[in-house]
Design a protein around this ligand. Structure first.
Ligand SMILES: *[C@@H]1O[C@H](CO)[C@@H](O)[C@H](O)[C@H]1NC(C)=O
Ligand SMILES: *[C@@H]1O[C@H](CO)[C@@H](O)[C@H](O)[C@H]1NC(C)=O
Ligand SMILES: *[C@@H]1O[C@H](CO)[C@@H](O)[C@H](O)[C@H]1NC(C)=O
Ligand SMILES: *[C@@H]1O[C@H](CO)[C@@H](O)[C@H](O)[C@H]1NC(C)=O
Ligand SMILES: *[C@@H]1O[C@H](CO)[C@@H](O)[C@H](O)[C@H]1NC(C)=O
Ligand SMILES: *[C@@H]1O[C@H](CO)[C@@H](O)[C@H](O)[C@H]1NC(C)=O
Ligand SMILES: *[C@@H]1O[C@H](CO)[C@@H](O)[C@H](O)[C@H]1NC(C)=O
Ligand SMILES: *[C@@H]1O[C@H](CO)[C@@H](O)[C@H](O)[C@H]1NC(C)=O
Ligand SMILES: *[C@@H]1O[C@H](CO)[C@@H](O)[C@H](O)[C@H]1NC(C)=O
Ligand SMILES: *[C@@H]1O[C@H](CO)[C@@H](O)[C@H](O)[C@H]1NC(C)=O
Ligand SMILES: *[C@@H]1O[C@H](CO)[C@@H](O)[C@H](O)[C@H]1NC(C)=O
Ligand SMILES: *[C@@H]1O[C@H](CO)[C@@H](O)[C@H](O)[C@H]1NC(C)=O
Length: 621
């Protein structure tokens, strides 16, 4: 079976569906996604055309001035790797570095591919701890190249020990799908500068610990050996991934980092219509359960946190031409989400076995989920005590209005939820009380028109959370994050009635976050606005794509305390039309701000089509 980010359908099934479900089935832009990997025959590639560089717009990693020690950890060609064990490598901490302390550690993925291939989901694990969840770029006949860099300083303690590195990228190569992914993984270690402790914090003892990476990271993933990824697969709304654990009794802080990605019937969950609509119209093969999904994290059966995920669109999603070469927000480096576990330490510091569970409300097959528990240990004590003081996890407040006639209709879904907890922990640092709050709200309006061939989705998710840790007389640590995820999707399928059809899709994706963090009296604030607009179409004749176009505009604006980054970039038909980059915090001019998005209609689009590869490849035989 072939697993792509997009539509990890078994290849055989995929071809079968192709034969049996022609493009023009109504009410279901989803169906068109099944055609994904066929077609798109353009002119044959011109010899000597350089490979196209794909990229995700993101701010550069802030690096220290020290010269890094680099280490090639893995070099591998991912050919027919589907259903095979992950590729393994022995990882050892760098031994050739002048310093043994590092202030920054950066993971670098460099890859090339040529030919025709799906977008593939992949994961990278070190000692079972996931470091990166990502999607490959889709190759062209003339070749592509891309890099992903990620700051992995957070996994410091793990990186200082010998480990097994595992990479699972389930690719499938045959006469049609020819693309082999050639990959190098390098890790760069930046030595700590003198007179600076390794994490660049101040030296006020108890407080500075909050700047430091965890002392121990426990994996919540599946154990090797395996013939696929180390993630758990959650297949439906009652399915739950469970893993038992116990923690050292001297842990005084705990944060669970959760990785999620959604595939197959839930790849485009935010556009799934309600079941009553599907049933009333006798639709088969249309993924349903409505457009709301929530990843629920439980500890010993009690809900301790929720994740309302960002709508990552993989590189073959909706219209693959939209993501060439500017890829979708988060597609090369999927966001992970933090759940504060510190208030619950009192319940799990007893040396006994406990259990985390991961489930997804309304899930359809399939969600890939795993997590890492970051633990801070008290080096001056073998036993920390604690107590959970308060824990509120109210059920979802859910409402759905639905009004449809035949395949036309409107649906409005609105959901909110709040989870909070509070607990104290007594360690050699003192007694801290930690409060953790999640306030979440979601709205989705969906319109089906043109007898189900047209779909509009407008979705907004607010994902706010805060952590406040204090001693009786002072604040130790506080962080507040307000995330706002937006999605607008317009898609329309126009059948010309002569074997020719057009699939149109316009899309807007927004990832915004305002963050503040205070460690003792050291306050930092940042804001990110990252908005992507895309417009495109694909024209199909006799099941072959004969024309297609994708245009994308993105504005990325990050303001940190002493670091800012701005980029305004646009592409159409593989060509970059403009690309403005700035990194000064003050000097942003009006013309910058007026550029692009604010002056254009901020939306439009929807649903999957076809053919990842193929858009510009010569036809396979
Ligand atoms: C990875 O690719 C980037 C971008 O081309 C390049 O700057 C970097 O040197 C490459 N890294 C390695 C280790 O080759
Ligand atoms: C991987 O590294 C090797 C050796 O340095 C180099 O020849 C090759 O081009 C690199 N491949 C990629 C995809 O960066
Ligand atoms: C880590 O691996 C290296 C290389 O295999 C080996 O020389 C070293 O003894 C190992 N260290 C530990 C602590 O096992
Ligand atoms: C949900 O998925 C699990 C795991 O595959 C399976 O055992 C169970 O029967 C499924 N439940 C339903 C209602 O389909
Ligand atoms: C759905 O199927 C039922 C039973 O076959 C039939 O009575 C009904 O008319 C069908 N509805 C539509 C919209 O096709
Ligand atoms: C989240 O915070 C934003 C302000 O940053 C606010 O507008 C929104 O109402 C909050 N949402 C929830 C659910 O608390
Ligand atoms: C659905 O809407 C289209 C126009 O968008 C209209 O032509 C068609 O008759 C409508 N179908 C039903 C069942 O109302
Ligand atoms: C999407 O919905 C929000 C309210 O949730 C609204 O403010 C916005 O105008 C809508 N966008 C479009 C294009 O309809
Ligand atoms: C969550 O909502 C409560 C009640 O409206 C509010 O007091 C609290 O500040 C909010 N916290 C966050 C992180 O949004
Ligand atoms: C199919 O029909 C449409 C109009 O109905 C026309 O514009 C188009 O040229 C035709 N395409 C082909 C390939 O015949
Ligand atoms: C895209 O560019 C290619 C040449 O690079 C050209 O042949 C093709 O017509 C263009 N497509 C569109 C829809 O403009
Ligand atoms: C989609 O985008 C195209 C190109 O910008 C535009 O002409 C068209 O009006 C848009 N469609 C919708 C429904 O927004």
């Amino acid at each position: 079976m072939a697993f792509s980010c997009l539509s990890p359908l078994p290849l055989s099934l995929f071809l079968l569906l192709l034969l049996h479900q022609p493009f023009f089935s109504t009410a279901n832009l989803h169906k068109t996604s099944l055609l994904r990997a066929e077609f798109l025959s353009h002119s044959t590639p011109i010899k000597d055309t350089p490979p196209t560089r794909f990229f995700e717009v993101t701010k550069p990693i802030e690096l220290p001035k020290s010269k890094p020690c680099s280490y090639l950890v893995l070099q591998h060609d991912f050919g027919y790797t589907y259903g095979k064990p992950p590729v393994l490598a022995n990882y050892t901490p760098p031994s050739h570095c002048p310093s043994e302390k590092f202030s920054k550690i950066v993971f670098e993925w460099n890859a090339t591919c040529k030919g025709r291939q799906f977008d593939r989901i992949f994961g990278v694990w070190l000692g079972g701890v996931e470091l990166l969840r990502s999607c490959t770029a889709e190759p062209r006949a003339t070749g592509i190249v891309w890099s992903v860099e990620k700051d992995i300083t957070r996994y410091y303690s793990l990186l200082m020990k010998n480990q097994t590195l595992a990479v699972y990228l389930g690719n499938l190569v045959d006469n049609t799908y020819t693309g082999v992914y050639h990959v190098n993984i390098t890790i760069r270690f930046y030595p700590a500068e003198k007179k600076f402790n390794s994490y660049g914090s101040n030296s006020d003892s108890s407080v500075s610990e909050y700047h430091s990476p965890a002392d121990l990271i426990l994996p919540f993933s599946r154990d090797l050996p395996l013939n696929d990824g180390l993630w758990f697969e959650v297949e439906n709304s009652t399915d739950i991934a469970l893993k038992k654990f116990n923690i050292p009794r001297n842990a005084y802080r705990a944060v669970l980092e959760v990785y999620v990605s959604f595939h197959e019937n839930d790849e485009f969950w935010y556009s799934n219509p309600p079941n009553e609509y599907i049933e009333a119209n006798n639709l088969t093969g249309t993924p349903g359960n409505g457009p709301f999904r929530e990843v629920v994290v439980s500890l010993d059966g009690e809900v301790v946190g929720a994740i309302w995920p960002f709508t990552v669109i993989y590189t073959g999603g909706i219209n693959p031409l939209l993501w060439r070469p500017i890829t979708g927000i988060g597609s090369f480096n999927l966001p992970s989400y933090n759940i504060e576990i510190t208030p619950f330490l009192g319940k799990i510091l007893d040396g006994e076995v406990h259990e985390f569970g991961f489930s997804v409300s309304n899930a359809l097959n399939v969600w890939y989920i795993d997590a890492n528990l970051h633990l801070w240990l008290d080096s001056k004590s073998t036993k920390v005590t604690g107590e959970l003081l308060k824990h509120n996890s109210l059920p979802l407040v859910f409402s759905m209005e639905s009004d449809f006639k035949g395949l036309n209709g409107t649906f409005f879904t609105s959901v909110s939820r709040s989870i909070s907890s509070s607990g104290w922990v007594k360690s050699s640092h003192g007694t801290f009380t930690t409060n953790w709050i999640q306030n979440l709200s979601y709205s989705n309006s969906m319109v089906m028109g043109n007898n189900g061939n047209l779909q509009l989705v407008n979705q907004t998710t607010h994902f706010n959370d805060s952590v406040h840790a204090k001693m009786p007389s002072s604040s130790v640590y506080s962080s507040e994050s307000h995330k706002k995820f937006t999605l607008y999707l317009y898609s329309n399928y126009l059948d010309q009635g002569n074997g020719t059809s057009f699939s149109l899709a316009n899309i807007t994706l927004g990832f915004n976050e305002k963050k503040s963090e205070a460690v003792g009296s050291d306050l930092s604030k940042s804001s990110l606005e990252n908005v992507q607009n895309g417009q495109g179409y694909i024209a199909v004749k006799n099941h072959l794509v004969f024309r297609g176009l994708g245009s994308t505009q993105q504005v990325y604006k990050y303001d940190g305390n002493n670091f800012c980054y701005f980029r305004n970039v646009s592409s159409s038909n593989y060509t970059i039309l403009y690309d403005k980059v700035g990194n000064t915090c003050k000097g942003r001019t009006k013309s910058h701000l007026n550029f692009g998005l604010s002056s254009r209609q901020p939306f439009r689009a929807r649903r999957p089509f076809l053919a990842p590869s193929f858009l510009d490849n010569s036809k396979g035989t």
